[in-house]
Design a protein around this ligand. Structure first.
Ligand code: SOE
Length: 393
């Protein structure tokens, strides 16, 4: 801990995959970046005392609570980090903001537009008192994607014409993968659409600087019931094929075409059944002067096509995004050494801490996340209406 630097005391709710990734970021951010506030892992909350105590030991938290409300009552906590399923986001975030605590909330913001609107209203009210909220779309903070946005902002791509975005996983391809909260609409809100489609919706809008204003969609559920219980090894795992089964109440895959407010058009796909694709996030943007292409499986690279070069040298070039001139990387390793999935979470903490200290609204804000929520709802409404066009206000 940097001596003399004021602390930012964090209370986290939840300790599964996202809890572990966030804990890693809170522990390391100030050790690699100069921060105006030093994060402190003050308390972690979970309903099961034995499990949350073990998580505190494993992840480095100073104390535990078995009721998240206790975090809001403690005057030794400045920020609430919400790493729980979406059905809990509104209650925790609104109460935390009203208690004067900053909030970092995992994506998607909520399970409905109405809930996201209530959260956004609470965040905007709190911001007037310099209490801030951010939504955890961490892929914005992959250096190659931050570089892609920089290229668009600098006009290197010219007028944006096309966006092609995919988020492909395969951890549910096994029909015996157990029924978990991510497959329960009452907890997750939607399936692949909100869990991973939300990421590429946010990325497409953020990299291009343009919002989706209309779309037409389909969704599909390939496996309609799954074994209850079973080992949840990471994401997926395998339950017993002869176990009791429960209903899957969310989409397994979604696909949609979209119009952006800058006149460009987009094609989107999100699925957890793309057998062989473990965590493939692909984004290609084509403009009048240039294109970029990104694939998370090569997350330290950005492909860039400069259409203004002389014809004989034109071609997609592979930028290795590890040079000190690139976003974030100067604080890590020498050029060429590369970063991983977890670094986006650390960069998220870096930007959040710096913005809180500076008294400026961190991004993505709840307003940004509400726009994503409107797109998610439009996809579901379109799919329900036989792909009828949906306009997003
Ligand atoms: C599961 O699909 C998941 O853990 C998502 O919930 C995360 O947001 C994504 O970063 C990795 O995959």
């Amino acid at each position: 801990m940097a001596d003399g630097t004021p602390r930012l005391r964090v209370g986290m709710v939840g300790y599964a995959f996202m809890g572990a990734a966030h804990s890693h970021a809170w522990r390391n951010a100030h050790r690699f970046f100069d921060l105006p506030l030093t994060p402190e892992l003050t308390a972690i909350a979970g309903r099961n005392e034995a499990a949350v105590s073990a998580a505190a030991e494993r992840l480095g938290w100073n104390s535990v609570e078995t009721d998240w409300r206790r975090l809001l009552e403690r005057d030794d906590i400045d920020l609430i980090d919400i790493c729980t399923p979406g059905d809990t986001h509104p209650q925790i975030a609104i109460a935390a903001l009203e208690a004067g605590k900053h909030v970092l909330c995992e994506k998607p913001l909520a399970n409905s537009v109405a809930e996201a609107e209530r959260m956004t209203d609470a965040a905007n009210a709190a911001a007037a008192n310099r209490v801030f909220a951010m939504c955890g779309f961490t892929y914005r903070r992959v250096p190659a994607l931050s570089l892609a946005r920089r290229f668009v902002e600098e006009g290197r791509l010219g007028e944006i014409r096309h966006v092609r975005a995919q988020y492909l996983q395969d951890w549910l391809s096994d029909e015996n993968a157990p029924l978990t909260w991510r497959l329960d609409k009452s907890k997750a809100g939607s399936g692949a659409l909100g869990d991973i489609g939300a990421h590429v919706i946010d990325l497409a809008q953020w990299v291009t600087g343009s919002d989706i204003v209309g779309l037409s969609a389909i969704v599909n559920t390939f496996v309609t019931e799954r074994p209850v219980g079973g080992d949840m090894v990471g994401l997926g795992g395998t339950g017993s094929s002869d176990a009791e089964k429960g209903p899957v109440t969310v989409d397994d895959a979604a696909a949609f075409t979209a119009r952006f407010d800058n006149g460009s058009i987009g094609v989107f796909e999100a699925t957890r059944f793309a057998l062989g694709r473990k965590n493939t996030i692909r984004l290609e943007v084509n403009g009048s002067k240039g294109s970029i292409a990104f694939d998370f499986e090569d997350m330290n690279e950005l492909e860039y096509y400069d259409g203004t070069e002389d014809a004989e040298v034109q071609g997609f070039r592979r930028i290795i995004v590890t040079d000190p001139a690139h976003p974030y990387v100067a604080n890590w390793w020498p050029a060429g050494h590369g970063l991983g999935y977890e670094h986006g979470f650390t960069h998220q903490v870096v930007d959040l801490v710096r913005d809180i200290a500076a008294g400026v609204q961190p991004r993505p804000s709840f307003d940004d996340a509400l726009q994503v929520q409107r797109v998610l709802a439009a996809v579901e409404n379109s799919a329900d209406a036989r792909s009828a066009w949906q306009t997003i206000q």
